[in-house]
Write a protein that binds this ligand. Structure first.
Ligand code: S3P
Length: 431
């Protein structure tokens, strides 16, 4: 796959609307497939990851029409029990969200489903969904007794459970809640820290009875879900790359528009403000049950920070670019309690440590995080994306402030969440 080369940028100016939210796009297809009637999804993120979900639900017999604009999808749902056994293996590609959340739904059906993925997904932990789905009564198999994909499910006749998630994970929480739709009774999930809550919000919008009490979320089984039109706002995780670029490249000023500002996702904004970032957020009306707004940011001198504990889940996907920001900040940044980063699309702690070291940054790696000595100038380098979209994009932003040229290997991997990333970035760079 092609590599991309980037050099230092003079400055970034203007406005940008990042691509639509990946988490909300996945969920819109899944829930619309279980609802009765035609749901129109506008602003759907057409990326490699989300198209896996579209193709999985098509294979399960759902009629999903893609309109010529490529961002409007119409899902003709036939109700909760309407999925049909797929003829082949359900290919989840690189997408943990597709595999883990679809497993929750498929646990509600008596037929056999086989879910597999690419090399990265095949090594991601699945017991966090396999264990509770087994407890609910589904037969679930996987490599190494359910630890890794492929996953084979034969479900139906589920019982409700109250489940404590072993790690804060929205995918694990969602899998249990979705399986709970197929039970007679109320299924609950208790988290130690609140993970992103898009599933809860959307389930409610489709008509399910969802209760949230502190760190417990519960859903009543056998709801009648009714078709809904959903407008997907822009993805904060994609916006984060532009926010970082504007803060880092001297003389920059950017407005990032129509971004989903769900508070379970925007922890990076709080951290950046504490680091000294000049960021202004203007909230707008909610879109499809999600808060939305514009983010205005200007280049800023940043200082290092310590991040750990409860703050981690609210910016878990922004860590690669956060590491780049930390490398440019004055002083030390320490990241702790972020061991989940090791089981994302790549081991993001090692991938970031290796790449930043290649760019001349002093890094100490911990099992659950790292120490970054910030403030020295970055040098251009050859960077491995490790087949991880967010690693490729994070180092592309680092390249904008590095001396000389940076080459990102397998840069095409950005298509997983942000097709067109490089042309959008180029369009914002002046001079
Ligand atoms: C996601 C949840 C998070 C996140 C991932 C998307 C989701 O994963 O890292 O990119 O859409 O629910 P975990 O559930 O593993 O924390």
């Amino acid at each position: 796959m092609p590599d991309v080369s980037l050099g230092p940028a003079k400055c970034l100016k203007g406005e940008v609307i990042p691509p639509s939210d990946k988490s909300i796009s996945h969920r819109s297809i899944m829930l619309a497939s279980l609802a009765k009637g035609k749901s129109e999804i506008t602003g759907f993120l057409r990326s490699e990851d989300t198209m896996c979900t579209v193709n999985v639900f098509r294979a399960l017999g759902v009629d999903i029409e893609e309109k010529p604009d490529k961002t409007t999808f119409v899902v003709d749902g036939k109700g909760l029990d309407s999925l049909k056994e797929a003829q082949g293996i359900l290919d989840c590609g690189n997408s943990g969200t597709t595999m883990r959340m679809s497993s929750g739904i498929l646990a509600g059906f008596p037929f056999m489903s086989i879910l597999s993925g690419d090399a990265s997904l095949s090594n991601r932990p699945m017991l966090r969904i396999v264990n509770p789905l087994r407890e609910m009564g589904a037969t679930v198999l996987g490599r190494n007794n359910g630890e890794f994909p492929p996953i084979v499910i034969s479900g139906g006749d589920l019982r409700p459970i109250i489940h404590k998630t072993p790690v804060p994970s929205a995918q694990a929480k969602s899998a249990v809640l979705l399986a709970g739709l197929f039970t007679e009774g109320t299924t609950g999930v208790i988290e130690s820290v609140r993970s992103r809550d898009h599933t809860e919000r959307m389930l409610r919008a489709f008509g399910a009875d969802v209760k949230v009490e502190a760190l417990k979320v519960s859903v009543k089984g056998r709801p009648e879900l009714t078709a809904l039109n959903i407008d997907v706002p822009s993805d904060f995780s994609s916006a984060a790359f532009f926010i970082a670029a504007a803060l880092l490249v001297e003389g920059s000023e950017l407005t990032v528009r129509s971004v989903c500002l769900n508070p379970t996702r925007t922890g990076l904004l709080d951290v950046l403000r504490q680091m000294g970032a000049d960021i202004e957020v203007v909230g707008k009306d909610a879109v499809s049950g999600e808060p939305v707004g514009d983010i205005h940011c200007k280049s800023s001198g940043l200082k290092g920070i310590e991040v750990s504990g409860d703050m981690i889940p609210s910016f878990i996907d922004e860590f690669p670019v956060f590491c780049v920001l930390a490398a440019a900040a004055e002083g030390e940044t320490v990241i702790r309690d972020a061991g989940e980063l090791r089981v994302k699309e790549s081991d993001r702690i090692t991938a970031m440590a290796k790449g930043l070291r290649a760019m001349g940054v002093e890094i100490e790696e911990f099992v659950d995080g790292m120490r970054i000595k910030g403030g020295s100038p970055l040098k251009g380098a050859d960077i491995h994306s490790h087949g991880d979209h967010r690693i490729a994009m994070a180092f592309s932003i680092a390249a904008l402030i590095a001396e000389g040229e940076t080459r990102i290997e397998n840069s095409q991997v950005v298509d997983v969440s942000f097709p067109g990333f490089y042309s959008v970035l180029e369009g914002l760079i002046e001079g």
